[in-house]
Design a protein around this ligand. Structure first.
Ligand code: ATP
Ligand code: MG
Length: 180
């Protein structure tokens, strides 16, 4: 399984429909400051169901919709389509290629679709949850955080790994129970 393409339409700075073709392995997005590199990463979290405006570097959810520039009026909707190669069947669905899309209108609400069929957020979450890229199962290290990771003490570094692996909450619970 690998991410095959990502299409942004009216998402943040991507007013015109823009498709990034991805290959298996590592992808690098390069470009000048403010050219939209982080917006591409935001689009990826958003289409997978991200619900927090802060995680998307905005104040409110509508901030993902193209807000307009001096030469171009604002748009009324944002749409992101993620295509995943599923030839290895890692996703529990009978398709070798799976598209997940999310659309949001300025007057609120998100619509999700899997392979063009409208579905709920829960369906997207369930589809991704066993694949290693579902909610809380992928890790996005934000700008500036990398420095923190490189400078961390061994204890702090262990904390990052535990958080990424999802065991931190269990350790905290255990520590709390032992204190009683
Ligand atoms: P850096 O190298 O500094 O990290 P970057 O390539 O990651 O830059 P982004 O943060 O992805 O840049 O893009 C920032 C740009 O996106 C800004 O110019 C900002 O105005 C624009 N932008 C963000 N949200 C919207 C929106 N809703 N509508 C229009 N433009 C937007
Ligand atoms: Mg950035």
């Amino acid at each position: 399984m690998y991410l095959k393409s990502l299409t942004l339409r009216g998402f943040k700075s991507f007013a015109s429909s823009t498709t990034l073709q991805l290959e298996p392995g590592i992808t690098c997005v390069v470009g000048p400051n403010g050219s939209g590199k982080s917006n591409v990463v935001d689009a990826l979290s958003w289409v997978m169901g991200e619900q927090g405006a802060k995680s998307l570097r905005g104040g409110k959810m509508e901030d993902v919709i193209f807000a307009g520039t001096s030469g171009r009026p604002p748009l009324g909707r944002a749409e992101v389509v993620l295509t995943i190669d599923n030839t290895d069947g890692a996703l529990p669905i009978e398709y070798t290629e799976v598209t997940i899309s999310r659309t949001m209108f300025r007057n609120g609400g998100s619509e999700y679709a899997i392979n063009g069929n409208t579905c709920r957020l829960l369906d997207v979450q369930e589809l991704l949850s066993d694949s290693g890229i579902g909610r809380e199962m992928h890790v996005i290290v934000g700008q500036g955080q990398l420095d923190g990771v490189l400078r961390a003490t061994p204890e702090e570094r262990r904390g990052f790994i535990e958080e990424a692996a999802g065991v931190l909450k269990h350790r905290k619970r255990k520590e709390k129970a032992l204190r009683k």
